[in-house]
Design a protein around this ligand. Structure first.
Ligand code: PEP
Ligand code: MN
Length: 338
């Protein structure tokens, strides 16, 4: 249930709403806007009480039920777009955020070369996996904490923020010591204990869409992080499983439009894992920007032929530079920049 307060409502009036929610056994979250406060009343059975209970309180101008399963990620709760800030980078504003780098951290040398390439081409965040959630237990699992250390070193050397995946709720504090943005991979989108741990942090969380999850399930998963008080959630479309097998996954471009309509959270697109092949990545990336995505997450390797993971879908340095140029013109047509 969403309780909208009048412009410049008194703190006492806001407190009364919160007190009432507490006395009925509900929790709440406040969205303090520039001119008015909106309070979400949360709990399993808010549907069983009348909206009048809140509508009658002084300072309340409107009470509505959110009929969707997700509440805090919804536009009803927060009308204005959320902009997630990481150092000088912003995700969700006019400027697009391109996060790029290798699928996995393989060595200090590989990471340093990749960072130089993506930063010079205009990426604002470096990606690189240290904990790799592989479909097979026999595949390379990542360098783990040694990989995080390398990420932290190049972050300092090149002055670029880093995004890296966390796969285990027990690793959240460790990964948070090194990373600027913590990534939740597609296979963990509904790992609710992981999401709840991330809700306790202040670090931005990049929440990838599950391989076979609806947009509603995805936004409801985002609510787990938001409910913990961490409001810095970035969504990432990375393709879903369909009957189509000419790409690794089917990039659901419509999810970008749906998210923009139903949620205030920024959404970026990962064309690399959707396409599965380097030759398809640029088209998907251009389509994502044209559809209104706030940025991209792209795999780039200094030498894809030697990549330990996902070489086939990784862009070469020159392909990445070309793509960055193409994106600039599409962004400009939409009044945005890269
Ligand atoms: C990744 O980005 O490194 C990754 C493993 O992607 P996904 O979780 O989307 O498969
Ligand atoms: Mn990968």
């Amino acid at each position: 249930m969403i309780v909208e307060m009048r412009k410049n409502a008194l703190p006492r009036e806001i407190d009364d709403v919160i007190q009432k929610a507490g006395s009925l056994g509900f929790s709440f979250q406040q969205n303090v806007g520039t001119d008015k406060t909106v309070i979400a009343i949360l709990g399993g059975n808010t549907g069983q009480i009348s909206t009048d209970i809140f509508a009658i309180l002084p300072g309340v101008v409107n009470v509505t039920r959110i009929m969707k399963p997700y509440k805090l990620a919804s536009r009803e709760f927060k009308h204005k777009d959320t902009i997630v800030k990481i150092g000088s980078a912003e995700i969700g504003g006019k400027k697009l955020a391109v996060m790029a780098g290798p699928c996995a951290v393989e060595s200090r040398k590989q990471l340093e070369e990749a960072t130089r390439i993506v930063k010079n081409a205009g990426a604002c965040v470096l990606r690189g996996g240290a904990f790799k959630p592989r479909s097979s237990p026999f595949s390379f699992q990542g360098l783990e904490e040694a990989g995080l250390e390398m990420l932290a070193e190049v972050k300092k050397q090149f002055d670029i923020p880093i995004v890296t995946e966390v796969v285990d709720p027990h690793h959240v504090d460790m990964v948070a010591r090194y990373a600027d943005i913590l990534q939740v991979g597609a296979r963990n989108m509904q790992n609710f204990s992981l999401l709840s741990e991330l809700g306790k942090l202040k670090h931005p969380v990049l929440l990838k869409r599950g391989l076979a999850n609806t947009v509603t399930e995805w936004l409801t998963a985002a609510d787990y992080v938001l409910a913990g008080g961490n409001h810095h959630v970035i969504l990432c479309e990375r393709g879903i499983r369909t009957f189509e097998d000419s790409t690794r996954f089917s990039m659901d471009i419509s999810s970008v439009a749906v998210i923009k309509k139903s949620s205030h959270l920024p959404v970026i697109v990962d064309p690399s894992h959707a396409a599965g092949h380097y030759s398809l990545v640029p088209s998907l990336a251009r389509a994502a920007i044209a559809a209104g995505a706030d940025g991209l997450l792209i795999e780039v390797h200094p030498n894809p032929k030697e990549a330990l993971v996902d070489g086939l879908q990784s862009l070469t340095p020159s392909d990445f530079r070309r793509l960055m140029g193409e994106i600039k013109s599409i962004a400009a047509a939409l009044g945005r920049s890269v």
